[in-house]
Design a protein around this ligand. Structure first.
Ligand SMILES: NC(=O)N[C@@H](CC(=O)O)C(=O)O
Ligand SMILES: [Zn+2]
Ligand SMILES: [Zn+2]
Length: 377
């Protein structure tokens, strides 16, 4: 059995043979769902103490994860990605098979040779575009993608290396709720037209415009990750009963019509959409302050929430493709061969997860959820 190693009131997870839920808080299972081990195609693990605190939650639920490179300083070279990978492996729970898939942080100065090194390493699986100033630790990001990065992008086509995009423009004149749509029109569409063979993942999509754009592109060349928060919350959640910093992420939550379009897209079974939590932990003090960081910590609840969305849409039969097939198929990686079991049992999300010098507050802290990871088979 793998015990939750964080000193919190979280229920323990059992990875043994069908042992079922271990916590007294977990009610009798009424319904089980056995699915292929999911992967997380967009994850922030951070470094240092925070890495150590959060990695077990992802390792328990997911087989592999695309690990984001927006550390301080950012992971801009293959050498840095390999060192970061080692530091993740060092703090994994001892019986974990979790595999971190590393990424490089694209800058105006990234050299095409770095892409060759990345591909050769066998450990780097994608390159991440942060428009400079768009989100957490993006100050070293790209200022002009097609103007400054074309040789690198051409090498990525050569090496079949996907580009992962934080799809928002940073122009302060553009309304924050329109930044994704304007990015599609001014950056993404021209990029795809110029380099149709480049594999692109539009990360954490938030709008109907993104859904329509992705659906209009060739399957296999453009995909999109979808987070639990953009499936379950609309922008009212940021202001419900007062300012809710733990519901603040980027791209910011949008109107209800956008949420509904994303739910319809993922539950339709379209292969272009796959699981990417964008779990983005920040210490509580950096969220609850006068200039709070963007990012929602959802690793402990993500699978439970995806199951809820698919169940509510009567589409539980489509859940496994979204969590476990569409992602590896897009990346050209084998699907996982092990299975996990989700049980329909009530459990309480802890109020916070303490770590050495602070604590992180999870999405839906203190609330009761229904789906629960009961075992890995
Ligand atoms: N999503 C977020 O709101 N924050 C992410 C960065 C990102 O994915 O944009 C973070 O690193 O905190
Ligand atoms: Zn982002
Ligand atoms: Zn992210």
């Amino acid at each position: 059995m793998l015990r939750c190693p964080i000193s919190c009131k979280a229920p323990n997870f059992s990875l043994g043979k069908n042992r079922g839920p271990q916590s007294a808080k977990v009610a009798r299972a009424q319904m089980d769902l056995s699915i292929t081990q999911p992967d997380d195609w967009h994850l922030h693990l951070r470094d240092g103490e925070l890495l150590e605190a959060v990695v077990p939650h992802s390792a328990i639920h997911f087989g592999r994860a695309i690990v984001m490179p927006n550390l301080k300083p950012p992971v801009t070279t293959t050498a840095a990605a390999l060192a970061y990978r080692e530091s993740i492996l060092k703090v994994l729970p001892s019986n974990s098979d979790f595999t971190p898939l590393m990424t490089l942080y694209l800058t105006d100065n990234t050299h095409p040779d770095e892409i060759k090194l990345a591909r050769k390493s066998g450990a780097v699986f994608a390159v991440k575009l942060y428009p400079a100033g768009a989100t957490t630790n993006s100050q070293d990001g790209v200022t002009d993608l097609l103007g400054k990065c074309l040789p690198v992008l051409e090498e990525m086509v050569e090496q079949n290396m996907p580009l992962l995009v934080h799809g928002e423009v940073t122009d302060p004149e553009v309304d924050i709720f329109d930044r994704e749509k304007v990015f599609i029109d001014t950056v993404l569409r021209p990029l795809v037209q110029k380099l149709p063979k480049l594999k692109v993942v539009m990360e954490h999509i938030t709008t109907q415009d993104a859904v329509k754009f992705i659906e209009s592109c060739d399957e296999g060349s453009i995909g999109a990750t979808v987070t639990p928060q953009h499936l379950l919350l609309n922008r009212n959640a940021i202001f419900q009963g007062g300012l809710q910093p733990h519901n603040y992420c980027l791209p910011v939550l949008k109107r209800e019509i956008h949420r509904q379009a994303i739910v319809a897209a993922v539950t339709s079974g379209n292969k272009r959409f796959f699981l990417g939590t964008d779990s983005a932990p920040h210490d509580r003090r950096k969220k609850e302050c006068s200039c709070g960081c963007a990012g929602i910590y959802n690793a402990p609840v993500a699978l439970s929430l995806y199951a809820k969305v698919f169940e509510e849409e009567g589409a539980l039969d489509k859940l496994e493709a979204f969590t476990s097939f569409n992602g590896p198929d897009f990346y050209g990686l084998p699907r996982n061969t092990t299975k996990i079991k989700l049980s329909k049992s009530k459990w309480s999300v802890p109020a916070a997860y303490p770590f050495a010098s602070g604590e992180v507050v999870p999405m839906f802290a203190g609330q009761t959820l229904e789906w629960y990871l009961s075992s890995a088979v």
